[in-house]
Design a protein around this ligand. Sequence first.
Ligand code: CDT
Length: 302
Amino acid sequence: SRYINVAIGQLGPVNREDSRPLVINRMMKMMREAKALAADIIIYPELALTTFFPRWYMEKEEEIDQWFEKDMPGKETNPLFSLAKELKIGFYLGYAEKEIKNGVAHYYNSAVLVDKNADIIGKYRKVHLPGHSEHEPWRRFQHLEKRYFEPGDRFPVWSAFNGVMGMALCNDRRWPETYRVMGLQGAEMIFIGYNTPVHNAPAPQHDDLSLFHNTLSLQAGAYHNGCWVVGVAKAGCEEGIEQIGGSCIVAPSGEVVAACITKGDEVVVAHCDLDFCQIYKRTTFNFDLHRQPHAYKEITQY
Ligand code: CDT
């Protein structure tokens, strides 16, 4: 069997005033703990390096820019890469990316996959951006992802860590297409960092279900595609806003095999057999044998 020891690197709240080095120190401590537990890779949340800044309305470019990384690795993130190289451990890191292309600035909600030599082997840009783009003062707090980020346009997979790995970010996990597009490319493990407030302003009647909807989505995505799914939260009360925890590792059977029990910084490791995907990929979800794509045309037409 092909095993990967995967560590959840759940983060507790990151305050608005917390510096990058402060947060990166927390992440390095967790990386050491993951290594001590024999992890091959540690998965950090979405926008791990800062507070979840889309909860504030900003207009000035300089104010917005402070939340974005212009280089990855950059001066402040370098120590995380150096430690990964020293420990020989990979990682997935969610961060806000600013890219200048042909003289034009582009902003993405991104994640990188880093191998045990600290080389970036993959980058993913969030496709499903939730929330709104203009200030909506009636909300208790803003969710301005549509203002600050451009959407990505693909779900690649990478041959790495002895298998086929995929990445997604937060709201992506609620969409079956996210997993299916990667499943069709043979994904065996999908990493998903998230920041999910308990309160959903347009639909507060869902607040009691926010943790349930998280696990429901991760479990369904794993089972429907015969792959492992690793969901990792930035959890707890951040700047007065309660965010769900519920970080967990889901097997291709849809079963949760490991989960966090706090809403703070927490490392949990599972020993995952990538060959366990096969019993699902070869039977119930043998795509070549059973899928009926001719009946699914509306999915891309509308
Ligand atoms: N970060 C992120 O994508 N959060 C969303 C919040 C939805 S409520 C606007 C999520 O789907 O968890």
